[in-house]
Design a protein around this ligand. Structure first.
Ligand code: SF4
Length: 458
């Protein structure tokens, strides 16, 4: 059977950085003549691009692999390929314990995915897991999995921050920035493809350029990205608190295209815990950086993530985190229960917190944040925002959903609109008429309406 008729289904798990890898793999497989399908049941080959950040993600990856393996018995699937962080970390275990797997490919080896698929289809069992050093560029064939008006741009790969609980530096290698020319060339390509919102991602975007230009260069990169015609919004995710510079804040505040949205994982607010996590900066540093963002951009939306149940976290230390949440009143918060990762320094720490206590603390922190999130949403009622239309809601065809600059895709709430159903990718001026814990309800305004006096119209 020739390559031309063979179909590949690619299932992408984990973060947006992994999603970009999946999109590059889809481009490489298509360039090699394979046909991509969204239906694993119709595929000759199934590729699962996995995550292994924490225990839950690892379990989800294994469950997904086992579930898709059923297509080898019941379906037409002849090769099951596992890529991504779980493959990088547990290649031998996967091959030993899941006989249905035909190939495992590391986080730096997926550029050879087409050859791996060819070998797996010819009956070879492939293990291709090297030292992660790959970094895609603008020439990598990439098939977007997001709607054409939204695109992630990976500006760097790997991480060198060495947080004591994290396996990513081992799975993705040391931090390596893409040359600015390569990023701008890709941004131009995405703009020609209709991208309206560009989302710059890396494990730590604020470290961009330190390795290749000798100094933080995210601010300069943002100015260059904003010069490219077409995209209307430029969003930055995954900032490291102590690496935020005055220049970065200034460019975010002064460039109209840059979303007034800050994603700033803080992880905890007790200084002893932050030290044990090997996180640079203290809770006071976090307060100061939040205040500087709010001073420069009064309407900025700040998202953060926290880990509860870290070894040594007493009720008192957890209490400091709750007090911090109530004090700084962030707009968006994700809270994760600590998941010990064998081989990390944190996994050898004493003072383990029982799972039920971790879960209770995670719920308690989310309850505190839910109240803050609702109050912040209620304060947006009556205000007008530019909203990027995403299409009909999954819940009902009678409702359209969209996002303002204050909502990042996939991780934040949505704005529900019932009075008009513009096409996906269009922008509308929307007045908020109601608020929920995480979502909002709005009405589109006639073109030009809602201009006067509405400071929040970007
Ligand atoms: S910044 Fe820390 S938590 Fe994030 S990827 Fe790097 S080492 Fe892991």
């Amino acid at each position: 059977m020739s390559v031309m008729s063979e179909a590949v289904a690619l299932v992408s798990l984990g973060c947006a950085k992994n999603l970009v890898d999946s999109e590059v793999m889809a481009g490489l497989l298509t360039a090699a003549g394979y046909r991509m399908t969204s239906f694993p049941g119709d595929a000759d080959v199934i590729v699962v691009n996995t995550c292994a950040f924490i225990g839950e993600a690892q379990q989800e990856a294994v469950d997904t692999i086992l579930d898709l393996a059923k297509h080898k018995e019941a379906g037409r699937c002849r090769a099951l390929v596992v890529t991504g962080c779980l493959a990088q970390r547990f290649a031998s275990e996967l091959l030993a314990e899941i006989p249905e797997i035909d190939a495992v490919v590391g986080t730096g080896d997926f550029p050879l995915i087409a050859d791996v698929v060819r070998r797996a289809l010819s009956g070879e069992r492939v293990r291709l897991v090297g030292t992660p050093c790959y970094l895609y560029d603008e020439n990598a064939p990439r098939i977007l999995s997001t709607p054409p008006y939204v695109a992630y741009v990976k500006i760097a790969e790997g991480c060198s921050n060495q947080c004591s609980y994290c396996v990513i530096p081992d799975l993705r290698g040391p931090y390596r920035s893409r040359p600015m020319e390569s990023i701008i060339a890709e941004v131009r390509k995405l703009a020609r493809g209709g991208a309206k919102e560009l989302i710059l991602i890396a494990q730590d975007t604020t470290r961009y350029g330190e390795d290749i230009y000798g100094h933080p260069s995210l601010a300069r990169l943002l100015r260059e990205v904003c010069k490219v015609d077409g995209p209307r919004w430029v969003r930055v995710l995954y900032m490291y608190p102590t690496r935020v510079t005055g220049e970065l804040i200034e460019v975010m505040a002064s460039e109209p295209k840059i979303c007034k949205y800050v994603d700033l994982p803080l992880q905890h607010a007790d200084d002893d815990i932050l030290r044990a996590m090997n996180r640079r900066g203290t809770s006071d540093d976090a307060r100061e950086i939040i205040a500087r963002f709010r001073q420069a951009m009064p309407d900025v939306t700040i998202r953060s993530t926290f880990i509860v149940g870290f070894p040594g976290e007493t009720d008192e230390k957890f209490g400091r985190l709750l007090d911090f949440l109530k004090e700084v009143r962030l707009d968006r918060v994700g809270v994760f229960a600590y998941s010990p990762q064998p081989g990390t320094p944190a996994a050898r720490l004493h003072g383990r917190v029982p799972a039920r206590v971790k879960e209770r603390r995670r719920r308690e922190a989310m309850e505190v944040q839910k109240t803050i999130s609702r109050e912040k949403n209620e304060a947006r009622v009556g205000k007008v925002f530019d909203v990027l239309i995403e299409g009909r809601s999954e819940e009902s065809d009678l409702v359209t959903v969209g996002r303002s600059q204050a909502e990042a895709p996939e991780i934040d709430g949505l704005i529900y609109i019932g009075n008009e159903h513009p096409a996906p990718g269009e922008f509308r001026r929307v007045r908020i008429v109601d608020a929920g814990d995480y979502d909002l309800v709005g009405e589109t305004l006639a073109p030009g309406a809602g201009e006067a006096g509405d400071a929040r119209v970007p």
